[in-house]
Write a protein that binds this ligand. Structure first.
Ligand SMILES: Cc1ncc(COP(=O)(O)O)c(C=O)c1O
Length: 442
């Protein structure tokens, strides 16, 4: 059952001579047994350069919510490429796309386009500082808001200085330590920690930024405890700070109106990418008119050569139109199939002695192996008792059986995944578990 990865191995060797690690995004290096190279994607399937076929639950790490190669989206992009690639000016579809987003997401009145989630977060944090005249941002440990210097603090928790002071840890070498003074970290789902941060830095907090569902910790898909997002809203209002929802994962996947609609809490600013744009490279930051208009009426700068790149705008417009058509019929189907997958995986978990645990939010399922009695509420508890070796073995065992998930155990479901695909997947997953289990018993 072991696939051959000879072609990938060969390309990786060549690549490592000219591309650090052979990959262009650091997290692609974590693949088991090593980073693979891919040749083709179609619907719910991808093929690697060795001809191995997979049902794809990675979907580009979330974006391809309609699956690979939706013909209408491809056609729209090709048409735009034929008539005009780039004007450093506006096109009609840009207006239509902004109108569509405003009509779908109730807390959004205006939108600006950029190229990545990281950029969208960079812009919204700048806007929040511009609007409040303050500099500090409260963010949560274990939440990922892109890789830019100013915000990549505290993802991994805190460091302690020799004098015993606790400060947010940088995600990377090379980040200027001066940025840390503007970041205040708190554990998620901990109202007291948030109150404490507002008390300690009274009148200094520009914004609270949060993933409405914690997708990016050791173990993703951790939901807010009841009332927590509403509590953040109230705390921000009481303290004159803004609330930013990073909806890069949840936007247009959790619901068409994003997690804001799903949980019934409005943010001042929101960021979108992934399921917004699908197969093209586009992101957006969006929100209240008075805040967004600061890009016009104040010297709050947002620029970018490739912003609102026409083929990306047109591709996104078609993509979002298809996803939203018939009151979100495709998204409803995605949610149904993800629920089918979740139920099947839970059944398998009940049947195995391995500590397989499942979490889910609409359209996305997470698997991990964990032995810990504590409830998972935040980054700290998400890290407890996880068996990373078993996780890596599970990833490889699934891959060898034609099922592709992220190394962290995230399964994104698309409109191209059929009920039959889910049945195939669950058979493969059952077989993979049996194999892992018998290896453990030896
Ligand atoms: C919640 C969240 N915010 C921001 C980002 C960064 O987006 P990008 O990788 O497009 O820069 C990600 C990426 O996965 C994300 O999950």
């Amino acid at each position: 059952m072991n696939n051959s990865f000879k072609g990938s191995e060969h390309l990786l060797k060549r690549a490592r001579a000219v591309i650090p690690g052979g990959v262009s995004s650091g997290n692609r290096a974590n693949w088991t047994p090593f980073p693979l190279y891919y040749a083709k994607g179609d619907g719910a399937r991808v093929w690697d350069v060795d001809g191995n076929e997979y049902i794809d639950y990675v979907l580009g790490r979330g974006p391809l919510i309609l699956g690979h190669g939706d013909p209408e989206v491809i056609d729209a992009i090709c048409q735009q490429l034929k008539v005009g690639q780039f004007f450093a000016g506006q096109i009609q579809a840009e207006v239509e796309l902004a109108e569509l987003i405003c009509s779908l997401v109730s807390n959004v009145e205006m939108v600006r386009f950029c190229n990545s989630g990281s950029e969208a977060i960079h812009a919204s944090v700048r806007l929040a500082r511009s609007a409040t005249g303050r500099e500090k941002i409260i963010r949560f440990t274990g939440h990922y808001h892109g890789w830019y210097d100013g915000i990549s603090w505290g993802f991994l928790g805190a460091n302690t200085s020799p004098s015993g002071l606790s400060f947010p840890a940088p995600s990377s070498l090379g980040q200027p330590s001066s940025d840390a003074s503007n970041i205040v970290t708190a554990e998620w789902n901990d109202p007291e920690a948030v109150e404490g941060a507002f008390d300690k830095f009274r009148g200094e907090i520009a914004a609270v930024i949060t993933e409405p569902i914690m997708f990016n910790s050791f173990w993703s898909n951790v939901r807010p405890i009841k009332g927590f997002l509403k509590f953040l809203r109230e705390q921000c209002d009481a303290n004159g700070a803004l609330l930013i929802f990073d909806e890069v994962q949840t936007g247009f996947r959790t619901s068409l109106g994003g997690a804001a609609e799903y949980f019934g809490v409005a943010a001042d600013l929101s960021t979108f990418s992934k399921a917004l744009s699908g197969s093209v490279c586009l992101a957006a930051f969006a929100g209240r008119r008075d805040i967004m208009n600061r890009l016009v009426v104040t010297n709050t700068v947002h620029t970018g050569t490739y912003n609102a790149y026409p083929p990306a705008i047109v591709g996104t417009l078609k993509h979002l139109t298809l996803l939203a058509a018939r009151s979100g019929a495709k998204l409803r189907l995605i949610h149904q199939h993800a629920a089918l997958l979740e139920r099947g995986l839970r059944d398998l978990a009940r049947q195995t002695h391995l500590p397989l645990v499942i979490r889910a939010s609409p359209g996305a399922v997470t698997t991990a192996f964990r032995v810990a009695p504590t409830q998972v509420l935040n980054h700290r508890s998400a890290a407890e008792g996880l068996d990373f070796n078993l996780q890596a073995a599970w990833h490889l065992a699934l891959q060898n059986r034609g099922v592709r998930i992220t190394p962290e155990g995230l399964w994104y479901v698309s409109a191209a995944h059929s009920a039959k695909d889910i049945v195939f997947t669950l058979d493969a997953a059952g077989d993979a578990l049996q194999n892992l289990s018998s290896r453990q018993c030896k």
